[in-house]
Ligand binder design. Structure first.
Ligand SMILES: Cc1cc2nc3c(=O)[nH]c(=O)nc-3n(C[C@H](O)[C@H](O)[C@H](O)COP(=O)(O)OP(=O)(O)OC[C@H]3O[C@@H](n4cnc5c(N)ncnc54)[C@H](O)[C@@H]3O)c2cc1C
Length: 296
């Protein structure tokens, strides 16, 4: 196995163009597990750790440009206000050691349906900045996951950054696991309220072959909140609306039975998480945020 160690982003792109089968390694918390268990024996490893810019982020007017290798611990520490859903999801990843090494670029590279960043990215709205020597493109997050552990990257492309919309309202992330730490999700749910556009977005993890949005549930809730004047009044969402939202979120799942849980359990749990995250975010919206908005 050859170890390629580019000193710059341009060198990394050139190396990937020359060796499209080279496996990028960032934190290594997925790659090294696969190599140690002999699940993968790549001809080339492409080490991205000398490229400092991948661990940096920029907060813009509307979005955060998050370098591919920014570790979860930095998201939790520095980007809680801008990216609350992703910060909450980051909290649930593994242990402090893994959170100091692993990042969103690696989670996207692996594209496991159970990756914790995905529901938060789907709910917030994000684009993946993919680059090769041929140029740069922004891949909408909805189009990024193409199958079980498959993504939309071309063989010569690398992820440079992820552009994530800054929160304009409350966001939540909920995860079911067999214990509180060091656990891969049995299933997970992310929800983001977007008061500016009066819309709600969701993300489901580990309950379908890829991370998915519960689009019918979103459409139902958006219409119900609009028709009932909920965004203006901030009144409590009726149990009937919350129940139907949860049922539609459950229906968006296409899970399997596996060692972590049954398909039936996953569908049920996603419905519960949908209802709870809706309750939590709506309470936040009714509270501090709206009072400040009203006073302004
Ligand atoms: C003990 C343990 C517990 C874990 N618990 C969780 C958990 O609770 N939740 C969770 O979501 N994950 C968990 N993981 C998995 C892992 O930590 C995450 O998926 C993490 O985000 C991977 O990031 P990384 O930088 O270490 O990726 P790496 O291992 O370096 O890479 C992962 C994949 O992404 C590719 N890649 C990396 N960077 C780029 C790039 N810039 N461009 C293109 N491709 C790239 C690699 O080639 C590889 O295919 C756990 C892992 C371990 C070992």
């Amino acid at each position: 196995m050859d170890f390629l160690r580019p000193a710059s982003w341009e060198e990394a792109l050139a190396a990937k163009a020359e060796h499209p089968t080279a496996v990028p390694i960032a934190g290594g918390t997925d790659v090294m597990v696969e190599i140690n268990f002999d699940h993968r024996r790549p001809e080339y490893l492409l080490d991205l750790n000398r490229i400092g810019e991948l661990s940096e982020w920029e907060v813009g007017q509307e979005s955060v440009r998050l370098g591919a290798s920014v570790p979860y611990s930095a998201i939790m520490e520095h980007l809680r206000a801008e990216l609350p859903g992703l910060a909450l999801a980051s909290h649930t990843v593994a242990s402090p050691q893994i959170r100091n090494r692993g990042g969103v670029g690696g989670n996207l590279g692996t594209a496991s349906p159970a990756g914790d960043a995905h529901p938060a990215l789907l709910a917030a709205g994000a684009e993946v900045e993919a680059e090769s020597v041929r140029g740069t493109r922004l891949i909408p997050i909805d189009a990024f996951y193409t199958g079980v552990k498959r993504n939309a990257l071309e063989p010569d492309e690398l992820i440079r950054a992820v552009h994530i919309r800054k929160a304009d309202g409350p966001q939540q992330y909920s995860k079911v696991g067999t214990r509180n730490a060091m656990v891969i999700a049995v299933c997970a749910f992310g929800l983001a309220l977007h008061p500016e556009t009066r819309t709600v977005r969701t993300g489901i993890g580990s309950a379908a072959p890829t991370p998915v949005r519960a689009k019918e549930a979103e459409a139902f809730l958006n219409a119900a909140l609009d028709e009932g004047g909920f965004w203006e009044s901030g009144k409590i969402i009726t149990p009937a609306i919350a129940k139907q939202f949860a049922a539609l979120a459950s229906g968006a799942c296409n899970p399997i039975d596996d060692v972590r849980g049954t398909a039936k359990y996953r569908r049920h749990a996603v419905g519960i998480m949908a209802r709870r995250t809706l309750g939590w975010t709506w309470e936040q919206y009714r509270g501090a945020g709206r009072t400040l908005e009203g006073a302004a």
